[in-house]
Design a protein around this ligand. Structure first.
Ligand code: UTP
Length: 273
């Protein structure tokens, strides 16, 4: 049986500028998708993969609202057994910095990392496949998707060490938002990761990179250079709720999954089909 990963880190301290004005006060992670905030989907997903602790990285000003969502009513169905452990990122210095802030809670354990603005499609969980490729939690595994041109400037892109169809898929590094010209492959990082605790030592030394931020992708690159990085290509993409159109699309898809024909017939009426 593969090793159980008990802890999940969920960074949720970004500014969410693409969702303004909704995020002027409310954290992006608390924006509602159908009937629950985006971050609750991530905690539920981690719980389905066996995690019993969720480290939520929140910001200093309004991060306590995220904490309250889980702790006011800590018996949310499906995540009753998940211990919620908020940590504060005082300044939004980048995703790599946010993950680093979780180190004292995670300590020497392998951990999942989930970006809350990406929600898995119903029935398309990806975390179990990451565990399967992780050599009992000894190798970091990145969830990947093949990207079209326009996304090569929006996502981190990995450097395959050998063939792109190798099993396991060994990786030699990663580049943040390279664009078509510089992209080392078409395989993009889509916001689900399994890290060994080695990533914290690496993040400790990562300097600000792309956009002046401390980039998680730069730490992933170093894991690849050390020969301890693998990829797992997901069958399905994730729903991106970090921008208004993506949030709408996700609401329709998850709304259809929840309400079925009642919602579908409403949509059809409006579309006249
Ligand atoms: P994004 O790249 O989506 O950035 O972060 P953002 O600031 O949240 O949103 P925009 O681009 O301004 O609209 C990816 C993930 O990393 C977290 C975010 O909360 C999001 O889940 N993050 C990013 C942090 O927790 N801290 C940071 O300093 C940066």
């Amino acid at each position: 049986m593969s090793q159980r990963i008990e802890v999940a880190v969920i960074p949720a301290a970004g500014r969410g500028t693409r969702m303004r004005p909704a995020t002027r006060v409310v954290p992006k992670a608390l924006l509602t998708v159908v009937d629950r905030p985006a971050i609750q989907y991530a905690v539920e997903e981690a719980a389905r993969a066996g995690a019993t602790e969720a480290v939520l990285v929140v910001d200093l000003d309004v991060g306590h609202l995220i904490q309250q969502h889980f702790l006011v009513e800590n018996r949310l169905p499906g995540i009753e057994h998940v211990r919620i452990r908020p940590v504060v990122q005082e300044e939004a210095l980048g995703l790599g910095h946010a993950v680093y802030e979780a180190r004292e809670v995670v300590r020497d354990r392998p951990f999942f990392c989930l970006l809350a603005d990406n929600i898995v499609r119903p029935g398309k969980d990806v975390l179990p496949a990451l565990v399967d490729s992780s050599d009992e939690g000894k190798t970091s595994v990145m969830c990947l998707r093949r990207l079209s041109d326009e996304y090569l400037s929006k996502y981190g892109v990995v450097i395959p060490a050998g063939g792109e169809h190798d099993e396991p898929l060994e990786l030699a590094g990663a580049v943040e938002k390279p664009g078509v010209e510089r992209a080392p492959s078409r395989l993009g990082l889509i916001g689900r990761y399994l890290f060994t605790p080695e990533v914290f030592d690496i993040l400790d030394g990562v300097k600000p990179g792309h956009g002046g931020e401390i980039q998680l992708t730069d730490a992933i690159d170093e894991l690849g250079k050390r020969g301890r990085l693998r990829g797992s290509i997901a069958d399905s993409d994730l729903l991106d709720v970090g921008n208004p159109l993506g949030l709408l699309e996700a609401s329709v898809e998850l709304g259809l999954a929840k309400f079925g024909y009642a919602f579908e017939s409403q949509l059809r009426d409006r579309l006249g089909s």
